[in-house]
Design a protein around this ligand. Structure first.
Ligand SMILES: N[C@@H](CCC(=O)N[C@@H](CS)C(=O)NCC(=O)O)C(=O)O
Length: 234
């Protein structure tokens, strides 16, 4: 059984969670409190403290740098979902770096602005402290005050993706590739608090988001191949 150790509103966790749901592979979600990384620390044998972390039998998989995609590539190796086709190798790397360094921080700030609603009461002090140490005193309050400007920034940053969807159903191709899931997770994090909507002007992004949110691999790919998939009980 695959197990995803996660924080439910973490954008990077939402990426992996959507890939797992898309795959149809049985999996379990293990939520950890943001302030207590002891499970991750233990599982990774004192090598990692961030989330997400994937456990598969005796294997524990986690990222090795800011822009590695170790978990998604592991899932691809096990499930053959077509996430990393060779012809898109370089292009995908450029796009996911852009998504994670330009778009993710804005989406996460907008969700964190509502941390009093998103984060359980017992976790709020630690969360505030963690964010203020990273971004400066009063950052969460400022993001709440600046939410219109941040939302406008996000909408502007989504324009290239709206353009990419002009002639095809997914960002690069006729089926979703890794970068589709990467952007989907970032936007799911943005929407997590329930206070925002995707920008009204970005009609293609809105349709793509809804489509990808409900999509399963079995709906796009027949026949399913690989003994590995059946070993995982897919
Ligand atoms: N590059 C990593 C980033 C993961 C990450 O930033 N996780 C955050 C939660 S969204 C975390 O665990 N932060 C805790 C910390 O940095 O102390 C990935 O893609 O998984």
């Amino acid at each position: 059984m695959l197990e995803l150790i996660q924080i439910p509103w973490c954008t990077f966790c939402l990426v992996q969670r959507r890939i797992l749901d898309f795959s149809g592979a049985p999996h379990r979600l293990v939520d950890i409190p943001p302030s207590d990384r002891s499970l991750v620390w233990r599982r990774t044998r004192q090598r990692y403290y961030q989330v997400p972390v994937l456990r598969h039998g005796r294997s524990v998989i986690f990222e090795t740098d800011e822009h590695s995609q170790v978990i998604a590539k592991y899932l691809e190796s096990q499930l053959q979902l077509g996430l990393f086709p060779a012809p898109f190798d370089g292009l995908q790397k450029i796009v996911w770096r852009h998504i994670e360094s330009e778009i993710e921080p804005v989406a996460a700030k907008l969700n964190d602005a509502y941390y009093l609603e998103v984060v359980p009461p017992v976790e709020r002090l630690g969360y505030l402290q963690f964010k203020e140490r990273k971004f400066g005193r009063g950052c969460l309050r400022q993001w709440l005050q600046q939410q219109n400007a941040l939302a406008a920034e996000l909408a502007e940053k989504l324009i290239p993706f709206e353009q990419m969807l002009r002639d095809r159903p997914f960002l690069l191709d006729q089926q979703p590739r890794f970068v589709d899931f990467d952007l989907w997770g970032v936007l799911a994090g943005f929407l997590y608090s329930g206070h925002y909507k995707l920008p009204a002007d970005h009609r293609r992004v809105k349709r793509w988001y809804r489509r990808l949110g409900n999509l399963t691999f079995s709906a796009i790919q027949r026949p399913r191949t690989s003994a590995a998939r059946s070993r995982l009980g897919v």
